[in-house]
Design a binder for this molecule. Sequence first.
Ligand SMILES: [Zn+2]
Length: 655
Amino acid sequence: MSSPAIHHDHASDRDPDRTDRPTTRPPEPSRSDAVPVSGLVGAPTAGAPVDGATSAAGRWLLDWSGAGETTQTSVPESVNGATASVATTPIRRAPADFAGTTVTTLKSGWGLLLVGSTPWDKIKEAVRGYAALRDDQYDERVTFLGRLPALITAWERHHKVGTAQLNADERAKVAALQTLRTLIEAEHRQLVTAGATVNERTQSIQASRFKGDYLLEQVFRGGATLSRGDNGLSVTKIQQALADTSHLAQGSVNGAFNAATETGVRSFQRAEGLPEDGVVDRPTMVKLEGVFRQHGVERTLAQAPAVGAKGAAGEFVWGTAPAELTADTRDLAVSEATAAKEVVKTSQGVQAGGVLPTFVPNLPGRGAYEARLKALVLELVQQEYDHLAAGKAARRGPGHLFGWDHIRDVAARSKAATDAVFGKWAIGPPLAPGAGIHDAWDTKVTVLADPDAREAAANWRVEKLLTGHPRVAALDQQHGAIQSRGPEKAIVDRVKAEIVAARRDDLLEIHKAWPAFASGGEVNIQRFRETTNEANREAMWHLFQTVVHEYLHTLEHSRHVTYRNTLEQQAGAFTLREGVVEYLTYTVLESITYDDALRTLVEGEFHEDAVRHQIPNYRGYGERANAEKLAGVVGARNVMAAFFLGDVEKIGGTG
Ligand SMILES: [Zn+2]
């Protein structure tokens, strides 16, 4: 097998365009695989079938509820930016239990929870008490739920979760608590829907670099604080955030909340007008989280080095970048390198306290994983075909395509915006039509003349859906499937082969019509005109945004490419290829001022002077969240040094 010359850089035989992306994603799926949220409310009917409650979390909750009757439900949850489902077991709330002595005691206060028993018993008692409340007891439910996070945190603190080596029992409990938190959130959503006033402490973290961290989520809700003497990865993330905002030296990030950290926290508190006590409490965490919801910090870090813009196009030969660019990066401890490699993974299970899900090939009432996976991916292929490819082959004439002059002007503006942020790290040649930027359809037609390339392209289209689509991730979660694991891999390989065989021609049409990709250091975009001024205006904004993304692909250091190619898609390759580029893309797009000059340039012949039309939102790959988690552990500068300079050791990799 050989790849045509145009794909020699990012591409491989298997992955003809590893860097492509849709300009707009197909319409949001209806999530037909997800069961509506039921959480704790709406008790299942007695004798409801047990529907594959096989996760460790499911078993623990089953034990907690003491009801003996469970049903499997799925709580939609944002995982890695994709919507997935979490297998949970709702706790049955039986009105008959309400008069019980225990519950009365619980209702009258928290006395029972404060005496005797271990922290774990207290959680179990609280869950039982909550389960016994009636649906319409809103105030009591709010009160119970409000206390549960603090009890959970107390247990986690007691067991040093996040810092200590946990035994199997503790790991199972950690996983169960994670599920319990999901249930609590679902309950809160229902209470809010019912009009109950829910304490703001139930809101959860949005900024990806902190999101999902046990302790930090608890600090955010007011259920815990971090202060001098604390240790662990959560402390590392706080320190790294302080370092990225210039309140702590990068070299002081070490996972130990020491005097320097306390000074850094005070500095941040002072800057934010908070009481200076050096303790990371709820107000401090909320402020810190708010700083990282957008990417002003990253922009500052990218531009700050006292070094001029890179003079000539091309990447720095590894190890020759100006010292100023790498001065504020940091070397990773072994534990940090391990954590960095974990957070970029996009397969499920790896972040849940070390407990991997059990594969359930058949879910009663739903069907077999293999059949469901095949049906879903076939549906997604059809969706991509309808959305991207249908009718395109008939629209290759000049009257149907945007002119190169307009495209060249827009692409130049995208490049200028990107260079203004990252031009000190790497820079590409001008995006001249036919030299730096090409018609993606024409490029693909040339490439696909080769039979090997056709086979590789058809496989790549299916593989991308299998490893990157949120609905596939949701299905995997339901079945506890990890695609790279033995039994699942055999199934996934079979499904892939069958779909490629069944839909080869359509897959190749999708491939030709794919909105954009980067390859060989050059950008490829589609030129299809739409049928209305409004649609054409939107298309040009998408082009403007897309070229930022694709141009950033061309700036990826060859050593970074080599490293990520050693990884499986879901073991970090997807995140390091698309997630990191998306993280950098947002950093650029959020730096742009959308003034009249830019509108005139981008909208071109479709611009209307008197009207400020809405600019479409950019919607990129959800794996950006994993890239941000990576930055949360190693620092935004380290991510930049790895991506632009090839210092992959700064993200836990090896050269
Ligand atoms: Zn891409």
